[in-house]
Each structure stands twice: as structure tokens, then as C-alpha cells.
Design a protein around this ligand. Structure first.
Ligand code: IPE
Ligand code: IPE
Ligand code: MG
Length: 228
């Protein structure tokens, strides 16, 4: 039986295939990223309307992605400033912006100051909202997150599931219910290795810029199929 007020779900998306989306249209890869950022705004709106999604976490840029061509990286960075500046939309969706990734002061962290500022401002300007939490993983890598968590747990004197969990980038993030990856790839690519422990997965051939409300519904429905 379905409970009257089911626990809000945590959906995590590896937003892949922007480059392929662009190539199929004869466009530069950067146009694919631009379209991907717009698709994300649409998915956030749809997720906020679904009401049963409490957390939406998206992989925006990985610790491994810095090796991409400089012009592409620069474009992706400016798109993050854009997405972190959608405060009005987030407020009208009653959604909070959150971020996970390498702390800006970490050795090796490369997030430019203008993106740092956009992240900090977005979090502050949406903190009062009471609905869904939208977490953007930027300069995020699960191994770096887990090494840091383990080091901090050791300083506390006990390494246990609880102490690791307490020391993740965002300890308030619950376990992932459904992991989505677009564009036909079925890799995890160093994304939330701890948090995806028992999750369901939804892989789709569709590239990220074509991901929409209907696909989001199908991803959530994976859980119902599993329960049935
Ligand atoms: C995902 O799209 C966006 C990022 C990783 C930043 P890709 O850029 O990886 O697109 P493909 O995989 O080349 O199609
Ligand atoms: C994973 O996608 C990272 C993001 C979606 C930000 P990639 O396209 O970078 O992953 P790999 O390199 O194909 O595994
Ligand atoms: Mg890719």
C-alpha cells in the first residue's frame, strides 16, 4: 500500500550528451551546453510541480572535466553563473539552491571567484524557500568527497558509516532514490558513490538537452515498477 504522505524522493541526474546533441545538429559543443542549461531550468520547474520530489541533484561539472578544451570550460563556467543566477525562478518554484563540490579553499580547487560568488549568493537568496532542494554538483568528484570525509572522520576518532555521512559535502542530502543518466551511457563517472548505494537507475538514450518532464516522470516511475 502506498502511504498517504510518501517520503519526498531524491532524484540525481548525470546530465550527459550535450556535445552529442550539438554534433547531431551541426552546432558547436558550446551550443549543446547552452541548451543543456535551459533543459535543466525546465526540469527544475517540472520537478517542483511534481510535489513528491524533495531533492534534485545534478552533475554540472566534474573534477575530471577541467581537462576539456579551455574555451569549452570557460563556456560551461559562465553557464554555471547563469544557472546559479536564476533566483527569481527558484523562488517562484519555492526551491532552494544548494551546491556540492571541492571546497573553494582546497588545494587543487579551481573554481573561479565569479562562480564562487554566484554559488554563495544563490544559496543565500533561496535559503528561505521551503520546497525542493536543487543541488548542483560543480567541481564535484565522489572520490575527493569520500577521502575528505574519511580524513575528518579519523580526526573525530571513529570511522563508521555515520561518521562518514556526517562529513560528506552536504550531510543533509538523503540517499538517492533514482539515479538518471542520459545519452545512452551507463557509467557512474565518480558521481555520489556513497549516496547511490541502494538506488534504482534510469538510463535513457535521450541526450540531456532533450530530457523533459515526461522523462522525469518515467524515471520516478522506475520506483513504482520496482515496488510492484
Ligand atoms: C555533459 O555533456 C556536460 C558535461 C559533462 C559538462 P558532454 O559535454 O559530456 O556531452 P557528450 O558526452 O560529449 O555528448
Ligand atoms: C559526467 O559526464 C560529468 C557530468 C555530467 C558533469 P562526462 O561526460 O564528463 O563523463 P565521462 O567522462 O563520459 O565518464
Ligand atoms: Mg559526456
Amino acid at each position: 500500500m502506498t502511504p498517504a504522505n510518501p517520503r519526498p524522493l531524491h532524484i540525481a541526474c548525470i546530465m550527459d550528451g550535450n556535445g552529442r546533441w550539438a554534433r547531431r545538429r551541426g552546432l558547436p559543443r558550446t551550443d549543446g551546453h547552452t541548451a543543456g542549461e535551459e533543459a535543466l531550468a525546465e526540469v527544475v520547474r517540472s520537478a517542483a510541480h511534481l510535489k513528491n520530489i524533495g531533492w534534485l541533484t545534478v552533475f554540472g561539472f566534474s573534477t575530471e572535466n577541467w581537462v576539456r578544451p579551455r574555451t569549452e570550460v570557460r563556456h560551461i563556467l559562465s553557464l554555471h553563473r547563469k544557472l546559479f543566477s536564476r533566483t527569481e525562478e527558484m523562488n517562484s518554484n519555492n526551491a532552494r539552491t544548494r551546491w556540492i563540490g571541492r571546497p573553494f579553499t582546497d588545494k587543487g580547487a579551481r573554481t573561479p571567484v565569479y562562480v564562487q560568488k554566484a554559488i554563495t549568493k544563490a544559496i543565500a537568496d533561496t535559503a528561505h524557500n521551503t520546497g525542493m532542494a536543487v543541488t548542483v554538483a560543480f567541481d564535484y568528484g565522489s572520490r575527493a568527497e569520500l577521502i575528505r570525509a574519511a580524513q575528518r572522520a579519523m580526526k573525530e576518532g571513529v570511522v563508521s558509516p555515520e561518521s562518514i555521512e556526517r562529513n560528506l559535502y552536504d550531510p543533509t542530502l538523503p540517499a538517492v532514490d533514482v539515479l538518471v543518466r542520459t545519452s545512452g551511457e551507463t557509467r557512474i563517472s565518480n558521481f555520489m558513490l556513497w549516496q547511490i548505494k541502494g538506488c534504482a537507475v534510469y538510463f535513457t538514450e535521450r541526450t540531456w538537452p532533450d530530457f523533459n518532464a515526461q522523462e522525469l516522470n518515467e524515471a520516478v516511475a522506475v520506483l513504482t515498477h520496482r515496488a510492484a
